[in-house]
Design a protein around this ligand. Structure first.
Ligand SMILES: [Zn+2]
Length: 294
């Protein structure tokens, strides 16, 4: 469980979202047994998902972010719902690539930049709303900053970071989202830039500072930031038998019958949490019958 904070400057022209996502990203790493670079890449996307929780309003609403950059990582997905449950997926969790100068994990090359970032808002009814932009660098934070700038036309800063320890566990992870609000002045942006220029990487900030108040006081003092609210987010898969049944149906009747002839049961696992769901021949036939009837 981690806490997501919403805050605003004194002039009420710039909003802040900030989270220490260490726990969430460590749980993600354990779930997918990710390589170090995969931990950093999917950890950044998972942290972004946590920040996106702040703008979810509807009870059944969820936001799904997808990055497909053509790099060794393959497809990356992260989803957050109204309850603050986050789940993530990466196509090639085990693949790793050399670090830059043996120190910096090379997320940009691992993800690739020949592709797109999609942010899909699913309201739980009607058609989901999707926005797309081309990737800028595959470093994820930059790609999201570009996405938000393109979609809202407001200056946006996105800072996402994951520090991987020597034993491959997550030492520290965090995210910071800053966006100017309509009516901001040039002076507001000048002050913000001054603060940001002195800002160390977000993951190292969270390995040194315990509270969000301390961080705002240390790095954004001039902006006189006020915390507006906090909420809990956690890494937890929302899968259940019902939505795995839908995945089963999508295999198609012919293929299902072929599997049943050989195995007399079907086992499917959730791609977000690897939990296995077993369906007996009897159950599968019942599901097929019900699908036809509806
Ligand atoms: Zn699951």
């Amino acid at each position: 469980m981690s806490k997501l904070y919403r805050a605003i400057n004194k002039n009420e022209t710039i909003r802040f979202l900030i989270i220490n996502s260490t726990e969430i990203v460590e749980k993600m790493r354990i779930t997918h047994n990710t390589s170090s670079t995969a931990t950093a890449a999917l950890g950044r996307l998972t942290t972004m998902s946590a920040l996106l929780k702040a703008d979810i309003k509807g009870e059944k609403e969820k936001v799904i972010s997808k990055i497909d950059g053509g790099g060794p990582a393959g497809l990356l997905i992260s989803e957050v719902n109204n309850k603050g449950d986050i789940r993530s997926y990466i196509q090639n969790p085990e693949i790793d690539i050399p670090s830059i100068n043996n120190t910096k994990l090379n997320v940009g090359v691992y993800v690739g930049k020949n592709g797109s970032l999609a942010v899909i808002r699913d309201f739980g009814f009607g058609k989901p709303y999707g926005g797309y932009t081309n990737l800028v660098s595959g470093e994820i934070a930059e790609d999201f900053a570009n996405y938000f700038y393109q979609s809202a036309q407001l200056p946006t800063v996105v800072n996402l970071g994951v520090l991987v320890d020597k034993d491959f566990s997550v030492k520290s992870a965090g995210g910071l989202f800053i966006q100017a609000l309509p009516g901001y002045t040039d002076e507001d942006i000048d002050v913000l830039e001054e603060c940001i220029n002195n800002l160390p990487p977000i993951s190292s900030i969270f390995s040194e500072y315990n509270s969000v108040e301390e961080i705002f006081n240390n790095f954004f003092k001039k902006m006189e930031i006020q915390i507006l609210g906090e909420e809990e987010v956690k890494y937890k898969c929302s899968c259940n038998r019902e939505n795995i049944e839908r995945a089963l149906i999508s295999i198609g009747e012919d293929e299902i019958k072929k599997i049943l002839e050989e195995d007399h049961h079907i086992e499917l696992s959730c791609s977000y949490c690897n939990k296995k769901y077993d369906f007996s021949e009897e159950e599968v036939n019942k599901i097929l019958k019900e699908t036809k009837a509806s």
